[in-house]
Design a protein around this ligand. Structure first.
Ligand SMILES: NC(=O)N[C@@H](CC(=O)O)C(=O)O
Ligand SMILES: [Zn+2]
Ligand SMILES: [Zn+2]
Length: 349
């Protein structure tokens, strides 16, 4: 392994982002260069306004992403399909044959941004899940129940009991990624479960607890789903990410929303971190005294789970303070990145 850890500089095998929102159209063109600078590949989420429910839609979306790449920049979009109550099991076989679709995403209907077309009852998907298990197609899970009786902060923990355990009992060989985990419950569940399961962890859930949403007033740019949790949960996530356990890997969940959609009476969920993702992860691992564990988390564990080769090339992160811009363009609008106008203590070279 090529890791050279030192207090002021770290060189890693080029990392990937295993959970990313790129949107479409002019917004896609604005945000894509940020991820391309940071990552060699990304698992691209299918929650467009018109969800990416078929191989044909995924192929067209992939072409739009490739067409929006800055000239001379290499980046591989790893496409996903959006699971619905009606996903045809044969679509999974076509997806597996396509070679460019690497996973299928479960959004419980109503759980998050553009999830209205999501799954209302997982039992409706059992034939499709059967084919996924058989063909080794991973299921990526937004793991929150949507029941209004369940407290917002408990929705991930309740999901484990109500959905994840029955699902994994019925499909023990199905590859599952528990996306953007936010609780000690989820970290423990993934660490201890039998069979092919992994989890992505965002930089913001490693760095912040729920106080951040309310520090000095309501701060919509720290609002995402699943929502930030208590400090004890943040600490459990840091422990998981820095443990060296190959089940945990990097997924930014960078989720661009225009500033007017975030700073509103009913603001959208999502934090934008594509601009400075590796810097934020370096900060979190550095704070934990675990920079030597960053390469496994960012560059090795993901490809290992997905059965893809590790990237060639390296990136270098240096301890150096720089100021995040207040806004960046997003098509005809602007977006406010996480940490806008603040100092970040690491810089990617
Ligand atoms: N994470 C978020 O808060 N938002 C994501 C959707 C998601 O990943 O749940 C988005 O698409 O905006
Ligand atoms: Zn999600
Ligand atoms: Zn997401």
């Amino acid at each position: 392994m090529s890791t050279i850890a030192s207090p002021d500089s770290i060189t890693l095998i080029r990392p990937d982002d295993w959970h990313l929102h790129l949107r479409d159209g002019a917004a896609l063109a604005s945000v894509l260069p940020h991820s391309v600078r940071q990552f060699a590949r990304a698992i691209v989420m299918p929650n467009l306004k018109l969800p990416v429910t078929t191989v044909a839609l995924a192929a067209a979306y992939r072409e739009r992403i490739l067409a929006a790449l800055p000239p001379g920049m290499a980046f591989e979009p790893l496409m996903t399909l959006y699971l619905t109550d009606n996903t045809d099991p044969d679509e999974i076989r076509r997806a597996q044959d396509s070679g460019f679709i690497h996973a299928v995403k479960l959004y419980p209907a109503g759980a998050t941004t553009n999830s209205a077309a999501g799954v209302t009852d997982l039992r409706k998907c059992y034939q499709t899940l059967e084919v996924m298990q058989e063909t080794d197609m991973p299921l990526l899970v937004h793991g929150e129940v949507t029941d209004n009786e369940i407290d917002l902060f408990d929705r991930e923990a309740v999901f484990i009991e109500r959905v994840m355990r029955p699902l994994r009992r019925d499909f023990p060989e199905l590859k599952i990624v528990f996306e953007h985990i936010t609780t000690r419950d989820a970290a423990q569940y993934v660490a201890e479960a039998e069979g092919p399961i992994a989890a992505t962890i965002t930089a913001h859930h490693l760095l912040y607890n729920r106080n951040e949403i309310f520090r000095g007033g309501i701060r919509p740019h720290y609002y995402c789903l699943p929502v930030l949790k208590r400090e004890e949960h943040r600490l459990a996530l840091v422990t998981a990410a820095t443990s060296g356990d190959e089940r945990f890997f990097l997924g930014t969940d960078s989720a661009p929303h225009a500033v007017h959609a975030k700073e509103a009476s009913c603001g959208c969920a999502g934090c934008y971190t594509a601009l400075h993702a590796m810097e934020l992860y370096a900060t979190a691992f550095d704070q934990a005294g675990a920079l030597d564990k960053l390469e496994a988390f960012a560059s090795l564990n993901g490809p290992n789970f997905y059965g893809l080769p590790v990237n060639g090339g390296t990136i270098t992160l240096q301890r150096e303070s720089w100021t995040l811009p207040a806004t960046v363009p997003m098509g005809e609008h602007e977006l406010v990145p996480l940490n806008a106008g603040e100092q970040v203590g690491w810089k990617m070279r």
